[in-house]
Write a protein that binds this ligand. Structure first.
Ligand code: GLN
Length: 504
């Protein structure tokens, strides 16, 4: 059995913070034990880059802050970043050979804010190349293994983030969600994750994929632990043109909802209307996943919530709409990797054009190339109206469908993924099979809504493997604090989030 990292002995981030303030443990001890655990669990391939001397320097600084009585909400808490957030000191590759060895001269806003809140960075987490994928098998640096069952994928694209939390290597990690990449790996690795409202967390310093969809969010062991991390990450940033301001903060909406729930006594969620979309429970949903989600809904009813049948009629159209818009934006965003300004440059070439095409052919993996081809095609003259414009129209209709639904309910619940984690290599010969696995997450992303995944049970892998199931909770714009309060209430009543993979 691997030695668990020290932080796993404490009761969540709040317990960890209390122990740090009481000097029961130091930030340096926590950081060192996490670094040891990461090395011991190298087979998971969750981390792409650690820099122990930088981590320990941050930990010493955290201990000094604690000693001076100036600790912040995350001071001394170990954390790690998906490798799409640029970091000074640690390499940033976005899971691509294109950026192998790249070190950014500045930190992403998310990285900067978490550091300012006192979190100690353990390094960079593996992910699908440029965050394109649903299984973390598209990383140029090899797949991440699911800590619950090493034959299974961890989910993508933030697979390293989810696996690191599930394996107990770090209490929390950052991820990004363009079409499901926080929720999906959280679900498949049995951890909690939240994608906030589009524009809540700065995209500055996040390697761009689909800019109108990209949104960062944290993964952690529980909803309670997500709160301080999201709170530190979120907020207006003038360096991101789509960053919004003027809305109540995550903590305010959380506290308002939490106070209401506490006041309601034995049925804390009394009156909460849960919309259950018929389209999320149709053909294609595996029985084991349906059963676990159904049991979770029954638990919410016990807590006082009521179910409201709703319809999101364009659920299946979210797939083609997303797989036109995201590649279109990706093809534009990735044009910067030309072997001159950034990234890999081919060793030999005859002229400028060949330098660019060879560099891109060598630097980008097959899924990224596929997306660039699709994206360039749908944006090209003659096809723009038929594909791109049409997809944008659909996007608006999908967003309107959600608004209509929120006229009938307060939150929407359903599965995150149609099945539990697939085996590694299962979709190797059929790249679009992975795209279909995004059916329950894409619509939310197109609409820019906040949504989370919380563990709600287990299904079966092919050979008795116990594989986690996630429940998706979707809220209306700027309701992320409320989602966290609702999820925390569920987690007080159940213990799915406390179960740990045996092999960890
Ligand atoms: N699976 C989706 C894709 O491959 C979503 C990825 C993401 O959210 N980054 O594009």
């Amino acid at each position: 059995m691997p030695t668990p990292a020290l932080h796993t002995r404490f009761d969540g981030i709040a317990g960890l913070r209390a122990a740090l303030d009481a000097r029961e443990v130091s930030a340096v001890e926590l950081a060192q034990s996490a670094l040891d655990a990461i090395a011991e669990r190298a087979e998971l391939n969750a981390f792409l880059h650690v820099a122990p001397e930088l981590t320990l320097a941050q930990a010493r600084e955290a201990d000094a802050r604690i000693a001076a009585g100036q600790a912040g909400p995350l001071t001394g808490v170990p954390i790690a970043h998906k490798d799409v957030f640029v970091t000074r000191g640690w390499r940033t590759t976005a899971g691509s050979k294109m950026l192998a060895g790249y070190v950014s001269p500045f930190d992403a806003t998310v990285v900067e804010r978490l550091q300012a809140a006192g979190a100690v960075s353990l390094g960079k987490l593996n992910c699908d190349e440029f965050a394109m994928g649903s299984g973390n098998e598209n990383s140029a640096f090899g797949p991440v293994l699911n800590p619950w069952d090493h034959r299974a994928v961890p989910g993508g694209s933030s697979g390293g983030s989810a696996a690191a939390v599930a394996a107990g290597l770090v209490p929390a990690a950052t991820g990004t969600d363009t079409g499901g990449s926080v929720r999906q790996p959280a679900a498949l690795c049995g951890v909690s994750g939240i994608k906030p409202t589009y524009g809540s967390v700065s995209r500055f310093g996040m390697v761009a994929f689909g800019s109108s969809l990209d949104q960062a969010g944290p993964l952690a062991a529980s909803a309670q632990d997500l709160l301080p991390v999201l709170e530190a990450m979120a907020g207006f940033d003038e360096r991101d043109a789509t960053s919004h301001q003027g809305h109540a903060g995550v903590r305010e909406t959380y506290e308002a909802a939490w106070a209401g729930q506490q006041a309601a006594g034995a049925r804390p969620l009394a009156g909460l209307r849960i919309g259950v979309p018929a389209e999320y429970f149709g053909a294609g949903l595996a029985e084991d996943v349906a059963r676990a989600v159904e049991a979770a809904l029954a638990e919410f009813e016990k807590l006082g919530a009521v179910r409201v049948p709703i319809s999101l009629p364009r659920t299946d159209l979210a797939i083609p709409a997303y797989y036109v818009i995201a590649p279109a934006e990706a093809s534009s965003n990735l044009s910067r990797y030309d072997g001159v300004r950034y990234g890999h440059r081919a060793a030999s070439y005859r002229d400028l054009a060949e330098m660019t095409s060879r560099s891109r052919a060598e630097g980008f993996g097959p899924e990224v190339q596929r997306r660039i081809l699709v994206g360039t095609y749908v944006l090209s003259h003659g096809y723009y109206d038929a594909y791109y414009l049409q997809a944008q129209r659909l996007r608006r209709m999908i967003a309107d469908d959600f608004q209509r639904a929120f006229g009938q309910c307060d939150v929407i619940m359903g599965p995150v993924t149609p099945t539990v984690a697939k085996d590694l290599g299962e979709n190797r010969d059929d790249p679009t099979a992975d795209w279909l696995a995004d059916i329950y997450t894409l619509g939310v992303s197109l609409a820019g809504l906040p949504a989370m995944s919380v563990p709600c049970g287990f299904g079966q892998g092919p050979v008795n493997g116990r594989r986690p199931v996630g429940l998706q909770i979707v809220g209306n714009y700027f309701q992320e604090g409320r989602l966290l309060a609702i999820a925390q209430c569920y987690q007080q009543a159940t213990d799915w989030h406390q179960q740990k993979p045996e092999a960890r």
